[in-house]
Design a protein around this ligand. Sequence first.
Ligand code: ADP
Ligand code: MG
Length: 261
Amino acid sequence: MGKKIAITGKGGAGKTMIASCLAGIYSDRGDKVYAIDADPNPTLGQALGFPEELLKNIQPLLSLRDLIRERTGAAADSLGSYFLLNPYVSDIPKKYSATYHSISLLIMGATRGANTGCACAENSLIKALLRHLVLEAAETVIVDMVAGTEHIGRGTAVSVDAFITVVEPSMRSIQAGRSILQLSKSIPGLKNWIVGNKIRSIDDEHLITNSFPQERIAGFLPWRDEIISAENSGEGVYHGVPEIVQKMQNMLNAIENDERC
Ligand SMILES: Nc1ncnc2c1ncn2[C@@H]1O[C@H](COP(=O)(O)OP(=O)(O)O)[C@@H](O)[C@H]1O
Ligand SMILES: [Mg+2]
């Protein structure tokens, strides 16, 4: 079985940048990697350096109304209808992903449920898919998520090898990180880690060390303008900023050597 890693944190903290580097690291180790973009505003493909023509052809799963209807047995947009809690999903990763440099990208897309009430059938499909990818898939799976644990499901979350919350040195980001950590306390056995990103000074680092239990901090990544240039040029951070990749390798070592792994 490949490693399963989920990445959360407030928007802008660096989740997608970190997810793209982890995908690159595992892929270079020879793993077959699934990179899952579970952010309703998907940008993981760009961060991975996927060519535009390839990205254009990836259909966000939640935009596939017929698929949702067919698999869950519900009219995708009807409230309160009956739907399957355990729809068939194991063919989906292969069928709906695109592969570039042996990383396969799957885009979840956005639910329409955010402001319109329940999106149960859609959530049921996404949860089942994440459950399948984490519990059954032989591949390494990196999930770039929005904040929190809600759409990964408790049963799935415990089986993730590392649940990484990315924080930047701002009070809002730290508060978001603390509430994610708080929520995750209700899931005993969750292997949660904090990564401090965009560090520009020792004070930045202290702000984070003073806000989280020391033993939960996997490490820090410095602010680097090169990260932004590597993403903008389409090269991606994994190939463009070796210093960051090296630091991330060290963090992974700490995570993988933790006795809870
Ligand atoms: N360590 C860093 N130094 C400088 N810029 C960074 C760093 N980490 C991320 N960024 C930039 O910050 C922005 C937000 O990062 P991103 O990974 O998209 O965050 P998220 O996915 O959490 O919303 C991007 O433009 C990215 O290039
Ligand atoms: Mg992102």
